[in-house]
Design a protein around this ligand. Structure first.
Ligand SMILES: NC(=O)c1ccc[n+]([C@@H]2O[C@H](COP(=O)([O-])OP(=O)(O)OC[C@H]3O[C@@H](n4cnc5c(N)ncnc54)[C@H](OP(=O)(O)O)[C@@H]3O)[C@@H](O)[C@H]2O)c1
Length: 238
């Protein structure tokens, strides 16, 4: 099993929802954490909570769909916080509407954040991992990345895209001892699923962010050699 204690992780969208739960689960394992997002005050609050667990914590404010901001902030983090061992590509948005009703700008924005944002952050972090000849990249896709549904065209296109990107990247960087894993959760209690009207978050009925975070940690601890040679694709049942 892999030991992740003492590693350094970048968690996008780490101030709330799934990203916050993942950041906490990593910090409890002794991983040093940088969380990112667009909302500075929630990042600050979550970073202060995380720091109570005794690991090093920092945060950076940037929009994942803005490539120059991603490059600038990842470089700044690398200088001030140290290079990363683990990248969790979690930041994402969702909005459901029919192809005809959704505005072009809204459709484009979902692709820009979920797909291009994942590519941008990965591209900015990857050189450090290649230089170290070691690393882990976890992509948060969705069951919507496996099957479309009426009104989810933009979200599904973005999450299908993340799976294709990750599968190609996995084949490209396994020679560099970098594992790429894609997780495809169904509905989990969070602001996103609540805003979409998918769940009221009842823990008896729906997966909690902490449950999903456990899956992320378990995946990072899986034996390394086998995991390098195949994409790890985990899907939780709806
Ligand atoms: N909840 C579910 O049922 C579910 C199911 C399957 C997959 N997922 C995926 O899981 C991931 C996390 O979702 P969640 O449920 O935790 O959603 P959430 O509660 O709405 O949180 C979304 C996170 O992403 C960040 N974010 C959004 N747009 C961003 C941008 N342009 N730049 C930087 N950060 C951005 C947000 O931070 P700021 O607001 O500070 O920008 C926030 O931290 C997403 O990729 C989502 O598609 C969720």
């Amino acid at each position: 099993m892999e030991n992740i204690t003492g590693k350094r992780a970048l968690v996008t969208g780490g101030a709330r929802g799934l990203g916050k739960a993942i950041a906490f689960a990593l910090a409890k394992e002794g991983v040093h954490i940088a969380i990112t997002g667009r909302n500075e005050s929630s990042l600050k609050d979550t970073a202060a909570e995380l720091a109570q667990l005794g690991t090093e914590v920092t945060y950076a404010v940037f929009d994942v769909s803005d490539y120059s901001a991603v490059q600038r902030e990842v470089e700044r983090l690398q200088e001030n916080f140290g290079g990363f061992d683990i990248l969790i590509n979690n930041a994402g948005v969702s909005s459901f509407s029919s192809v005809l009703d959704m505005k072009v700008d809204d459709w484009t924005s979902i692709i820009n954040i979920n797909l291009l944002g994942t590519y941008f952050v990965t591209k900015a972090v990857l050189p450090q991992l290649i230089e170290k000849n070691r690393g882990d990249i976890v992509m948060v896709s969705s069951t919507a990345g496996l099957n479309g549904a009426a009104t989810t065209s933009a979200y599904s296109a973005s999450k299908f895209g993340v799976i294709g990107f990750a599968d190609s990247l996995m084949r490209e960087v396994r020679k560099n001892n970098i594992r790429v894993c894609t997780l495809m959760p169904s509905t989990i209690a969070s602001d996103m699923s609540k805003d979409l009207g998918l769940t009221d978050g009842d823990p008896e009925k729906v997966l909690q962010p902490e449950d999903f975070a456990e899956l992320v940690i378990a995946n990072l601890k899986l034996p390394r050699r086998a995991m390098l040679k195949s994409a790890s694709l985990w899907s939780t049942n709806p």
